[in-house]
Design a binder for this molecule. Sequence first.
Ligand SMILES: Cc1cc2nc3c(=O)[nH]c(=O)nc-3n(C[C@H](O)[C@H](O)[C@H](O)COP(=O)(O)OP(=O)(O)OC[C@H]3O[C@@H](n4cnc5c(N)ncnc54)[C@H](O)[C@@H]3O)c2cc1C
Length: 404
Amino acid sequence: MNTNYDLLVVGGGMVGAAFALACSGKGLTIGVVEARPPRRAWPAGEVDLRVSALSRASERMLARLGAWERIGDLGASPYRQMRVWDAIGGGSIQFDSADLGEPDLGHIVENRVIQLALWERLESLPDLTLICPASIAELERTADGPALVLADGRRLGARLLVAADGRDSLIRDLASIPTQGWDYDQRAIVATVVTAQWHQDTAWQRFLPTGPLAFLPLRDGRCSIVWSADGSRADDLLALDDAAFGQALTDAFERRLGQVRVDGPRASVALRLQHAQRYVESGLALIGDAAHAIHPLAGQGVNLGLLDAAELVAALELALERGRDLASLWTLRRYERARRGDNLAMLAAMDGFKRLFGNDIAPVAALRGWGLDLTDRAVPLKRRFMDRALGLNPGLPPLARPWK
Ligand SMILES: Cc1cc2nc3c(=O)[nH]c(=O)nc-3n(C[C@H](O)[C@H](O)[C@H](O)COP(=O)(O)OP(=O)(O)OC[C@H]3O[C@@H](n4cnc5c(N)ncnc54)[C@H](O)[C@@H]3O)c2cc1C
């Protein structure tokens, strides 16, 4: 069976689903190819091990796409402060939404909640077809545009193919788009924990020489932790039983929230920095983790991916308005120009932080502590960090801009 679409999006995760939703209503036929249907329901009290700290720009975008209210109903946890400190150098920095007269700095949301809220909106759209579950066998590039051949023999043609299929993107590989980057020899261990003391609606992060440890506040008083640890340290931590892991967390976190108890399973993911050498080709665009994967230490991955989606939508809208080809390099390069520099700067900054805080040579640690304390007192510099969290930085695409 042969079906043709104007737009074919591979990956209905957070970024792909947001992109497809934003393209609806523009006179285009859209297909979304997703390997696995999202989970619709889960037991009360169960928390997804994957959560994201969403910036205000992401919140505004999800609100404009009609998904934010549902995300709130399903569970979003505002965080009002952020506290970061260094295990070795001793410096610290604190951000407080009250300093800006804002209600919060952002929200912690389970990934499955974001995906489900978007997916439910996709299901209601007449110009959009969900092809799920689907398994892709081949990518063909013809003069008429790209086409996917599925394992069940269906052939899906498109004017423009958008790959939002994550860090291990099959489409990027099938299109032979190389990536640059390296493995960090670090694993991020994720778990849900109960702390003796309330988290104070604060996102906490302690930089240890073996990697950063973050406690992210959840609505019900628990925390979601992300402990990025060097290879052998991560192996040791994963081998501990729950009681010993809880004690290791308590100690590594200097008892800032008292005794920590693990509540549920643990999982881990190997970390790497990865950047596609190009985001676009004629008839093809990469967005989200398919284009770039970043160290999770500042929780930026999905925020960057949503901005990719918003910029690609803006580029397509302009092409439609001017009667230009949606899938031409001319159209798609506008998106790449808008995002590549920003993504690269964030990738480099997070890589720099990871290396700087992973260094335990005494003079470096002392300088780092001094730098953190200085930044904490440098109001204009701090303001720039907060503006980014609050999505007040200039140059945002229309979908993510502040409300007028
Ligand atoms: C430990 C950890 C903590 C993080 N914390 C944060 C945070 O606080 N804030 C933040 O902004 N980011 C965070 N990130 C990064 C964030 O999780 C990613 O940037 C985000 O998931 C990328 O979204 P995506 O939609 O591009 O890709 P994915 O979430 O990987 O989604 C890809 C989708 O494509 C589908 N797919 C894959 N292959 C195929 C195929 N062949 N055919 C069909 N469908 C396919 C998948 O099923 C999935 O639905 C964190 C990452 C890690 C590892």
